[in-house]
Write a protein that binds this ligand. Structure first.
Ligand code: SF4
Ligand code: SF4
Length: 404
């Protein structure tokens, strides 16, 4: 494992961090603690020393699970990071209420890295209006937090404004082969690094879309360049190649992810990629940009939709149609059309706008859902869905009667 330094504190952080947003889950949607414990133990034994979580991850279970895990003996081997959720802060007193709950959940007196979560213009202004710097200064001076930072989903100008507004120790940005010029982008990365602010990277694989079910042209381009090198290795190495990057977070949900990523991180120093390899990634990027319709990462921050739309699934199927040249009409109907009694297709959207403020990618969700509706539902879809939903409800009622 390679380590890079956080300049303000001198901490040596593993270049691979463990993201606590995508732990394996049970069929009931809870974190599968046995499996997740195995993943964390393996990662820590192999040198990973940074675990990132947040108040909302896994519906609030992530912090508590990590607290239980670390209370069994590994606390001193890792740095813990968690985040202040802007959506729950309405008064200055809320900072302490939330922070104290996080300390309790994590079963610790000290949080090593503490972030303001998901800054965009709206969240930033809200924090400023509620005197967030007083709170940050207080938790740092008391020793309850060692490093202060923020995670970011706004535009480049806002990123620079925020960087200049406070003596941050670190920042966390979305950065991957498709996002070098989105959000903070490479310009923001360089801006922070030049001020000795450590840069942590999230969404290095864009929620898995840079490694799962790839377009044929992408696979062929990678394979022609270095036979056998996986898309995940390409994507991660491309990020670690940048000298301003301190650490890359990966939400590893399977043991294979952990062992692969640890192997990739073994000898990855800045500048390790050749110019030819960088050109390969450039070619892959242009293939994606030609094919992808909606830049959704599947993060689910936009859910729940009050009208039941499964927003990420709608976009996933829509993208699959173009990225993978798949015929997705049947899947769309089966998964979103109400066969389970709960329709969740795109045309249920009434453009209420509730989801918009939550999307870190600034996707115009209602507008894109209209495009999905037009493309995937067609004139016959609605009546078919109505019949399917009615049939599913009828079947459910019969089952309940038989049980009763
Ligand atoms: S705009 Fe559409 S998708 Fe978004 S919350 Fe409202 S109904 Fe749901
Ligand atoms: S639409 Fe936005 S918030 Fe919703 S899953 Fe996609 S990227 Fe995340």
């Amino acid at each position: 494992m390679e380590y890079r330094k956080v300049k303000s504190s001198g901490d040596e952080i593993s270049i691979l961090g463990f993201g606590g947003m995508r732990f394996p889950t049970t069929s009931g949607g809870k974190i599968d603690e046995l499996k997740a414990t195995e993943l964390l133990k393996t990662a820590i034994d192999q040198g990973v020393n940074y675990i990132d979580t947040a108040y909302f991850y896994h519906g609030g279970q992530s912090e508590s699970f990590i607290g239980r895990f670390l209370s069994q003996g590994d606390r001193s081997r890792v740095k813990i990071a968690t985040k202040m959720p802007p959506w729950l802060v309405h008064h200055e007193k809320d900072y302490d209420l939330i922070f104290n709950e996080q300390l309790r959940r994590l079963q610790t007196d000290v949080i090593d890295y503490y972030l303001l979560h998901a800054l965009n213009r709206e969240n930033w202004e809200k924090f400023l209006a509620l005197d967030v710097f007083a709170f940050l200064n207080r938790i740092k001076q008391s020793g309850q937090v060692k490093n202060i930072g923020f995670s970011f989903h706004g535009d480049r100008e806002l990123f620079k404004e925020i960087i200049d507004a406070y003596p941050w120790d670190f920042c966390q940005i979305q950065y991957n082969i498709l996002d070098a010029y989105n959000q903070a982008g490479v310009e923001g990365l360089d801006y922070a690094a030049a001020r000795d602010i450590a840069v942590f990277i999230m969404e290095p694989l864009r929620g898995g879309s840079l490694v799962n079910r790839l377009p044929k042209q992408v696979l062929e381009t990678y394979e022609a360049a270095v036979p056998g090198r996986t898309p995940a290795e390409w994507a991660l190495k491309w990020i670690w190649d940048h000298e301003g990057v301190t650490m890359v977070l990966s939400g590893m949900s399977e043991m294979q992810h952990v062992t692969d990523n640890i192997a990739f991180a073994a000898h990855m120093t800045p500048g390790a990629l050749s110019d030819t390899e960088r050109q390969v990634v450039k070619a892959v990027k242009s293939i994606y940009l030609d094919l992808q319709r909606v830049p959704c990462t599947g993060c689910q921050y936009c859910l729940p939709c009050p009208f039941g739309v499964d927003i990420p699934r709608c976009f996933d199927l829509y993208n699959s149609k173009y990225l993978l040249e798949q015929k997705v009409g049947t899947f769309y109907w089966m998964q979103l059309g109400g066969m389970n009694g709960k329709p969740s297709h795109a045309s249920l959207c009434v453009s209420c706008g509730k989801c918009l403020e939550h999307c870190p990618q600034s996707i115009n969700i209602p507008l894109e859902l209209k495009a999905v509706t037009k493309d995937l539902e067609g004139p016959f879809m609605k009546p078919v869905m109505k019949v399917a939903t009615g049939a599913a409800k009828g079947y459910g009622a019969i089952k309940r009667k038989l049980k009763g």
